[in-house]
Design a protein around this ligand. Structure first.
Ligand code: NAI
Ligand code: MG
Length: 357
C-alpha cells in the first residue's frame, strides 16, 4: 500500500561514509523487495567536505527545503580534518540536523555479536545486550556561558548546564517506554547527585516521578563514575540505561567499545513524535586512515539501516537484517579485516544482502 512507501534522504558524507553507504542501501533495497515495501531515495551531495571546498560551507542555506519532509535520513559519516576543522564540519552538518529536527533521543545498542572479539574477558554473545538512551539536545551541552578578562590573571570562564522539565521528562519517558518492549523491563539512570548537588538530585526526582507511571518497569541508579566501571565489570546487569547529554555521550561510546569494534556500532537520532525526520548513522566517523581502500566495515551502516526500518514500522525486515548480520559476522571469509576477516566492504555488504533471503 501507499503507506509502505518510505521517502529516505541519503547523505553519504565523507571518507568511508561514501563506501559503506552503498552497502547500507543495498541491504535496504533487498529487504524492501523481500518484505513488500518500497523506498523512495533522494541522495544529497552536501554535508561533506568536498561541498565545503566548493561553497565555503557544509550545506546550502536552503538545506531544509532540499531535504523536504522524508520519513527518515540515512547518514554516513562526515569529516575530513586535513581540509576542514572538525568543529566546522560537524557543527555545520550533523549537529544542525539534531537540533533543527529536535532529535532529542540518541539511541545506541550495546550488544555482543558473534565474530566480534569482546575486549572484556569471558563474555559470550548473548551476555551483553542493552540500550543506551542519551538526552541529545540540552543538559551540559548548552551555549549559556561566557568568558571575561581573557589573557589576564582575572580570566574567568563559565558554561552552565541547562536541564528543563520538558527535556528531562521526555527522555525519561522514552527510556521507560523502551524498557516496556524488553523482556527484563529495567531502567538504569546515570546520575552524579553526590557531586553535582543541584541539577542531578533534581534529575533523580524526575526519574522517581516517571517511574511511578511505570509500575511494571523496575529501575535503579548509579553515579556516573561507578556506572562506567560497571559497564566493564558487569555489563550483563543492564537493560535500558538513560543519561543526560554529557553522561550519555560518554556511556554511548563506552558501551559499544565494551562489545568490540567501532565498525559495527549503529546509532539513531530520534524525534519520537515523528513531527520531524529522525536520522540513522553508524557510530564511526569518516576514517581518513582507511578511506579509499574499500576495506571499511559496512556493518555499522547496515545495522543503522535495521534501526531505521524498526523506526519506520518494519520490524520484521529489521529483525531479518540483524539475523543476516549475525550470519555474516560468524564467517571469517565474509567479514572485514578489522574483524580479522578477508572480505572487502562490498563483499561483506553483498553477503549480508544474500543472507537476507
Ligand atoms: P573514526 O571513527 O573515523 O576512526 C577511528 C578508527 O576506527 C580509525 O582507525 C578507523 O580506521 C577505524 N574505523 C572507523 N570506522 C571503521 C569501519 N567502518 N571499518 C573499519 N575501521 C573503522 O574516528 P576519527 O578518526 O576520530 O575521526 C575521523 C573523522 O570523522 C573526523 O573528522 C571526525 O570528526 C569525524 N567523525 C564523524 C562522526 C559522524 O559523522 N557522526 C563521528 C565520529 C567522528
Ligand atoms: Mg561521543
Amino acid at each position: 500500500s501507499a503507506e509502505r512507501n518510505y521517502k529516505i534522504s541519503v547523505i553519504p558524507g565523507d571518507g568511508i561514509g561514501k563506501e559503506v553507504m552503498p552497502e547500507g542501501v543495498r541491504v535496504l533495497e533487498r529487504a524492501a523487495g523481500l518484505y513488500g515495501f518500497t523506498l523512495d531515495q533522494t541522495w544529497h551531495d552536501f554535508a561533506n567536505c568536498d561541498y565545503y571546498a566548493r561553497h565555503g560551507q557544509m550545506m546550502p542555506d536552503d538545506w531544509k527545503a532540499q531535504i523536504g519532509d522524508p520519513h527518515a535520513i540515512f547518514f554516513g559519516a562526515v569529516g575530513w580534518p586535513d581540509t576542514v576543522p572538525d568543529h566546522i564540519s560537524l557543527w555545520q552538518s550533523i549537529l544542525q540536523f539534531r537540533r533543527e529536527y529536535d532529535q532529542y533521543i540518541n539511541l545506541r545498542p550495546v550488544r555482543l555479536m558473534p565474530g566480534v572479539p569482546c575486549p572484556l574477558a569471558g563474555r559470550e554473545p548473548g551476555d551483553i545486550d542493552f540500550w543506551v538512551v542519551r538526552e541529545n539536545t540540552e543538559g551540559e551541552y548548552s551555549s549559556v556561558g561566557g568568558k571575561m578578562f581573557p589573557g589576564t590573571p582575572r580570566e574567568i570562564v563559565m558554561q552552565e548546564t541547562v536541564m528543563t522539565r520538558h527535556g528531562t521528562e521526555r527522555v525519561l519517558r522514552y527510556a521507560f517506554d523502551l524498557a516496556r518492549t524488553r523482556e527484563r523491563r529495567h531502567v538504569t539512570s546515570a546520575t552524579k547527585s553526590n557531586g553535582i548537588a543541584i541539577s542531578m538530585p533534581w534529575w533523580d526526582e524526575r526519574v522517581e516521578e516517571m517511574a511511578a507511571h511505570y509500575p511494571d518497569v523496575t529501575h535503579d541508579k548509579y553515579h556516573i563514575d561507578i556506572l562506567c566501571a560497571q559497564f566493564v565489570m558487569n555489563p550483563d546487569r543492564f537493560d535500558v540505561v538513560v543519561a543526560s547529554n554529557l553522561f550519555g555521550d560518554i556511556l554511548s561510546d563506552l558501551g559499544p567499545a565494551c562489545t568490540g569494534t567501532i565498525g559495527v556500532a549503529p546509532s539513531a537520532n530520534i524525534n519520537p513524535e515523528r513531527t520531524t525526520p529522525s536520522l540513522f548513522e553508524p557510530v564511526h566517523g569518516s576514517a581518513p586512515d582507511i578511506a579509499g581502500k574499500g576495506i571499511a566495515n559496512p556493518i555499522g551502516q547496515i545495522w543503522s539501516a535495521a534501526m531505521m526500518l524498526e523506526h519506520l514500522g518494519e520490524p520484521d525486515a529489521a529483525a531479518a537484517i540483524m539475523r543476516a548480520v549475525e550470519t555474516v559476522l560468524a564467517e571469517p571469509g565474509l567479514r572485514t579485516r578489522d574483524l580479522k576477516g578477508s572480505a572487502d566492504t562490498e563483499q561483506c555488504g553483498r553477503a549480508v544482502a544474500e543472507a537476507l533471503s
